[in-house]
Design a protein around this ligand. Structure first.
Ligand SMILES: [Zn+2]
Length: 312
């Protein structure tokens, strides 16, 4: 149950648990999983806690109520899972959901639907779900799951409370942490390993977006960069990390040993770029890093950086 994630997903746990305890449940949640492998189980545990009349969030099975028992048996009509049918989540699947959910609840005072891989909503299914989200019914709760929030239509995201998971910790090994702190000057505001990992993950996400969805990068700069990288020192740190990500793309490309980052993201992005493209990008990032020293306008500098990187 939910309590199992008290330590593993501290922030997520805190938000969800408080919502249950205070009985302040949003009508729609977007679980940004960031690749966290148990996010589905967290969603199910959360749903269970909402149905359980005892607001049961403990480790052990709730032996007290019919709701929990039926959910465990996957036999609870007020809870519906939706998975992509092939490539997409189809409009028909959502029409059916709406039809079912328009009927009065019989087994509980709520209805909950969970959409896994919400990034696989196509235009027509997204529109259907959007209408559903726009007219929230008091007793219906939506939980949407996706790896990254920016993969989901902004109009959907804006109607959900975003719950962002922490990545699986083994993705970043301790050795790498040591190296980072050795080669890059870490700002004082990062005073714990956890914060360091969080910042690095944000920067990785940012690079991923520039590389994969460059047409949207400018839209998300505010959220993914400016709200996270505050102050000149922090910005310099962030650009250093960015530099090393590109540097290790190059290392992967020419089959030498990566310096800091050797993960699937770096491999994937190395695949997309030629050696000369990566070299150009390294130059651009390095220039931006130099320019911070003399330039106070981070917004302008960042926009310029994104545009230049996208043009390579
Ligand atoms: Zn129960």
């Amino acid at each position: 149950m939910l309590d199992e994630y008290k330590e593993k997903q501290k922030i997520v746990y805190k938000i969800l648990n408080n919502a249950i305890k205070q009985d302040r449940i949003s009508h729609a949640y977007l679980f940004e999983t960031n690749g966290y492998k148990d996010a589905k189980t967290v969603a199910l545990s959360f749903a269970k806690s909402l149905f359980c009349p005892n607001k049961y969030t403990n480790y052990e099975k709730c032996l007290d109520c019919k709701q929990c028992e039926n959910i465990d048996k996957n036999n609870f009509i007020e809870l519906k899972w939706i998975e992509p049918d092939g490539m997409w989540i189809k409009k028909e699947q959502l029409d059916e959901l709406q039809k079912e959910f328009s009927m009065k609840s019989v087994a509980a005072n709520k209805k909950i639907y969970i959409i896994n891989h919400a990034n696989q909503l196509n235009v027509s299914s997204a529109n259907t779900i959007l209408k559903f989200l726009e007219e929230p019914s008091e007793n219906i709760v939506a939980i949407l799951l996706t790896e990254n929030a920016y993969q989901v239509l902004e109009t959907i995201v804006s109607r959900c409370q975003i719950i962002s998971f922490q990545k699986n910790r083994d993705d970043l090994n301790d050795k790498m942490m040591q190296k980072v702190s050795f080669y890059i000057s870490i700002p004082d505001i990062i005073d714990a390993e956890e914060k360091l990992i969080e910042k690095i993950e944000t920067i990785e996400k940012f690079v991923k977006m520039i590389e994969k969805r460059k047409e949207e990068a400018l839209l998300f700069t505010q959220h993914l960069w400016h709200e996270q990288m505050i102050g000149k020192e922090m910005n310099q740190f962030a650009l250093s990390i960015m530099f090393y990500i590109y540097r290790d793309m190059l290392a992967t490309k020419v089959h030498t040993v990566p310096f800091l980052f050797s993960n699937t993201l770096v491999e994937e992005l190395a695949e997309k770029n030629t050696v000369s493209q990566i070299n150009q990008k390294l130059k651009i990032v390095n220039e931006a890093k130099e320019n911070i020293k003399y330039n106070a306008n981070m917004a302008l500098l960042l926009d310029k950086l994104i545009i230049e990187l996208s043009d390579v």
